[in-house]
Design a protein around this ligand. Sequence first.
Ligand SMILES: Nc1ncnc2c1ncn2[C@@H]1O[C@H](COP(=O)(O)OP(=O)(O)OP(=O)(O)O)[C@@H](O)[C@H]1O
Ligand SMILES: CC(C)(CO)[C@@H](O)C(=O)NCCC(=O)O
Length: 397
Amino acid sequence: MDLGTNGNGVNSDAQSDSQISHLALDIGGTLAKLVYFCGNKRLLKNDEVQSSVKAGGRSRTIIQGKLHFTKFETSKIDECIAFINRKQLGSHHPKDLDNDRIVVKATGGGAFKFAELFKEKLDFCLDKEDEMDCLVAGANFLLKAVDQEAFTYIGGQTEFVQINQDDLYPYLLVNIGSGVSMIKVDGNGKFERVSGTSLGGGTFWGLGKLLTKCNSFDELLELSHQGNNRVVDMLVGDIYGGIDYSKMGLSSTAIASSFGKTISTNKVLENYRTEDLARSLLRMISNNIGQLAYLTALRFGLKRIFFGGFFIRGHAYTMDTISVAVHYWSKGEAQAMFLRHEGFLGALGAFVNYNKQGHDNFILMQRVEKHKPELDGITTEEEDSEYASIDCSVYID
Ligand SMILES: Nc1ncnc2c1ncn2[C@@H]1O[C@H](COP(=O)(O)OP(=O)(O)OP(=O)(O)O)[C@@H](O)[C@H]1O
Ligand SMILES: CC(C)(CO)[C@@H](O)C(=O)NCCC(=O)O
């Protein structure tokens, strides 16, 4: 990534305005996530160079641009490769001195599984980063650098959380991907994966697909939106003749047994509305994760729980169920918080890790974006229109 600075730190590159792009990948069990930066190289002005040299530093080239976010199904990794190729992402990265291949940071199991494929198709050398390390780096970056990133969702109301940088740690990060990882975060690079469960997003999507025969995750979410779980779930009231089990604080409407009602009738699968099945399933998975998250937080005395991963998808009912579960089990002591770039923690973390040794010429700067409820910065129809890009600058030596 050497852009040609001379010995005095004055940039000798004659081109002052050229496009540049950088890329990091998180290839998970279900989805492959891409974070890429596109921007225009800007040479430092003379006075900027002088002040930088006077301050004892080297001069740097600033690149202003946007971080973009997009995803592909891991099972269609060829589409992801074609996208990278079409956009020529990574073409400005440094090359591996040993084999002359473009080095790209990558995390998730797919960084191992597809290393050969990326080598063959794109001449990339995937520089593998640990998945948990990247989730934490991504979450810390978002929480510290991105304005209005974290929010609570209670009773249909979104409220942004003001993050106090000096009082961020410790917190519990619950990443709901195909499976669920729970990580106790104590600082930058200081963390422990303290728990996990295989009942995660993959379980919801997989069982949901089998039960409803729907073709996409979004369709399944949409079905759940319109369903009524009481048709499928056995409620406390079903067992107690319509009344609360008040001695134990269980209201008649509380779920006593997820899917429990399906055993007591002579109905078969086809007799149930797919909407109701989807609703029950979403509630079962979200409730369970909310409860496990709370118990894990309790185990380590953590009050703040941030939820990430693509399972959440900013979906109101999912967030509401998780929030209620955390609130209910903690008796209001702990709080569930969500992140706007929930699904991209790992990919962002891999991107941020370009700053680590060996890549210290690439520094991701704070972004400047103010929250816009609607989408911003969408530049092409190919991009995933759901995710707001982030305005930011990077410095290159
Ligand atoms: N368009 C989509 N297609 C498939 N799954 C989706 C989609 N949108 C959201 N999901 C949900 O997101 C989950 C995958 O989340 P995520 O990408 O964070 O995990 P992953 O990295 O693939 O999994 P893991 O970290 O366990 O390897 C799916 O299991 C599903 O529940
Ligand atoms: C295996 C990983 C870490 C892969 O991302 C994830 O799917 C996960 O955390 N699964 C849950 C595994 C467990 O703790 O039981």
